[in-house]
Ligand binder design. Structure first.
Ligand SMILES: Nc1ncnc2c1ncn2[C@@H]1O[C@H](COP(=O)(O)OP(=O)(O)OP(=O)(O)O)[C@@H](O)[C@H]1O
Ligand SMILES: [Mg+2]
Length: 434
C-alpha cells in the first residue's frame, strides 16, 4: 500500500558517496499519511532530499496517536521506503508534532550581567531565550519551541538583533509553542518502536512555514492554514516571527464524511467523488451528473455535481468561520497585509480559496514546497510539513531527545542559580569542588 516517491536520478546519485554522518531525516506523521524524507544539508541553510517514503497512516486520529501498534507499522513502512529510495540506512529522524493540544504563548526570558565591555554574542542570546518560560505551564505540558520575537537591551524595546550591542541586561520576548506531553510521548514511542531514534521534534505550524512562507510574507504579516486530513493548523506570522498558532479539529476527511453520510455511499466512494469531481465554490453550472463505480462494492453511483459542491461548500464555510474565530482570539479581526496562505492536502480541493476569500475577505494564495532542486513529486501541498521539517532538521544540532531533556534541565538550573560572567564555569567548579 505504501508508495515510494521517485527522486530525480541526479539528486539520488549525489547522495551515494556522502558519509552517513551528514544524513538528516524527518517524519511527518499525519492523520492520512506518513511521509519520511531522508536528505542532507545543502550548505545554504536548507536541505537536499535524497529519498522519500510515503505510507497511509494508521492509528492516528486528528494528528494524535491512538493506536501505537498501527502507527508503528505505518512509520516503519514509510521509513523503509525512504531508506530504499535514498540508499542510506538512516536510523534517526526529526518528527512533526500536531493535534489540538498545540498552543503558542508569549513569554519573556532575561539574562542579567551580560558584561558591558563585551559585545552581546549569539551564545548569550541563546541563554536569554532558554530562560524564557510560559507562566503557569501545566505539568502535563511541555515546551517544544522558544522562538524569539523581539529583544529589549537594557530596557530599550523592539530590538530585532542585539548581537554586537553592549548591555548589562537582555530581555527576549519569545513565542513558546507547547504540547501535551502524553501526546508527544505517544508519538515518540511509536517512532522509536519502529526502530527510529528521535533526534528532535518540530511543531507542524513551524515546519509548514519553513516550506511555504517567504521572509517577506512573514515580515509583512500573514496567516497560514495547513488543511490536513484530520486537522487544520492556523498560524499567524508577523515582523518575521511566529505570533500565534492553534489547531482546528477539522480537516479534509470531514468533507469526505459529509458526502458519505449525505449520499449514503461508502467513504472510499465519497473520497473518490470529492477528489475527482468535487469543488467548494458554488459556480457549477447546469445539472451535470457524474457516475463512478464504488470501490467498496462495484455499485454505480450517479450524482449531480452541484449537489456534491453544495455539501463541500457548507463544510468549507464552517472551516473558514472557525479559522476566523481563532484569528479573532489571536487578536487579528482583520487579516494581516500578506493575507492568507493555504496549504496541506485539503487545500487541493477546487474552489476552496474562493470560499476563503468570500469569508475572510483578503488575498488568498495556494502554496506548496517549491525550493530549487526539490524533486517534482514532493511539490505538493500535502508535503509542506514534511519538507519544512527536513529544512528545520538541517539547521538543528543533532542530539537525542533524552540528551536534550537532560541539557534543558541543566541549562534551567544554571539560568536560575548562576547569573553572571562565566557562570557556567563557576557553577561547574563549585560542583566539582564539593
Ligand atoms: N485533490 C484533492 N481534492 C480534495 N481533497 C484532497 C485532494 N487531495 C488530497 N485531499 C485531501 O487532503 C487530506 C489529506 O491531507 P494531508 O495529507 O495534508 O493530511 P495529513 O497531513 O495526513 O493529516 P493531518 O495534517 O490532518 O494530521 C485528505 O482529507 C484528502 O481527502
Ligand atoms: Mg498534515
Amino acid at each position: 500500500m505504501s508508495r515510494r516517491i521517485r527522486i530525480a536520478p541526479r539528486i539520488r546519485g549525489k547522495g551515494r558517496d556522502m558519509a552517513k554522518d551528514v544524513t538528516i531525516a524527518a517524519i511527518d506523521v499525519g492523520t492520512s499519511k506518513v511521509l519520511t524524507l531522508i536528505g542532507r544539508r545543502d550548505g545554504m541553510g536548507g536541505a537536499e532530499v535524497l529519498g522519500a517514503g510515503l505510507a497511509p497512516a494508521a492509528g492516528i486520529r486528528k494528528g494524535v496517536v491512538f493506536d501505537a501498534g498501527a502507527a508503528r507499522e505505518s512509520i516503519r513502512e514509510s521509513m523503509e521506503d525512504a531508506r530504499a529510495a535514498a540508499n542510506i540506512p538512516a536510523a534517526s529522524a526529526f518528527i512533526t508534532i500536531s493535534g489540538g493540544h498545540l498552543e503558542a504563548h508569549s513569554c519573556w526570558g532575561t539574562l542579567h550581567s551580560v558584561g558591558e565591555d563585551a559585545a552581546i554574542t549569539s551564545a548569550e542570546l541563546a541563554r536569554a531565550i532558554e530562560a524564557a518560560r510560559p507562566e503557569g505551564l501545566s505539568p502535563r505540558k511541555e515546551v517544544l519551541h522558544k522562538l524569539p520575537r523581539s529583544f529589549a537591551v537594557d530596557g530599550l524595546r523592539g530590538v530585532r538583533n542585539p548581537i554586537g550591542m553592549h548591555a548589562l541586561r537582555i530581555d527576549v520576548e519569545t513565542v513558546c509553542v507547547t504540547a501535551e506531553s502524553s501526546s508527544v510521548n505517544a508519538l515518540v514511542g511509536a517512532v522509536e518502536s519502529a526502530r527510529v531514534h528521535v533526534d528532535g521534534t518540530v511543531a507542524v505550524p513551524v515546519a509548514t512555514a519553513e516550506a511555504v512562507l517567504s521572509p517577506d510574507e512573514m515580515d509583512r504579516g500573514v496567516v497560514l492554514m495547513d488543511i490536513g486530513g484530520g486537522v487544520t493548523t492556523v498560524s499567524v506570522f508577523r515582523n518575521g516571527a511566529l505570533w500565534n498558532a492553534g489547531v482546528l479539529p477539522l480537516g479534509g476527511n470531514q468533507f469526505t464524511t459529509d458526502l458519505s453520510l449525505a449520499l449514503n455511499i461508502a467513504p472510499e466512494t465519497a473520497e473518490e467523488l470529492k477528489v475527482r469531481y468535487g469543488q467548494a465554490a458554488l459556480d457549477v453550472t447546469g445539472d451535470e451528473s457524474v457516475e463512478i463505480e464504488s470501490p467498496a462494492d462495484g455499485r454505480l453511483v450517479r450524482v449531480e455535481r452541484r449537489v456534491i459542491a453544495r455539501y463541500l461548500h457548507e463544510r468549507a464555510g464552517e472551516l473558514f468561520r472557525l479559522a476566523d474565530r481563532k484569528l479573532n482570539e489571536f487578536g487579528f479581526p482583520n487579516l494581516p497585509p500578506a493575507g492568507l496562505v493555504l496549504t496541506g492536502g485539503g487545500s487541493t480541493l477546487r474552489g476552496i480559496e474562493r470560499v476563503a476569500r468570500q469569508q475572510l475577505g483578503a488575498p488568498v494564495k495556494f502554496a506548496f514546497p517549491e525550493d530549487p532542486g526539490l524533486p517534482y513529486d514532493l511539490r505538493d501541498p500535502a508535503f509542506s510539513a514534511g519538507v519544512g521539517a527536513l529544512h528545520w532538521a538541517s539547521r538543528q544540532p543533532v542530539k537525542s531527545t533524552r540528551e536534550s531533556d537532560r541539557r534543558q534541565k541543566f541549562n534551567d538550573s544554571y539560568a536560575q542559580a548562576n547569573a553572571g560572567p562565566l557562570s557556567w564555569l563557576k557553577g561547574r567548579m563549585t560542583k566539582v569542588a564539593s
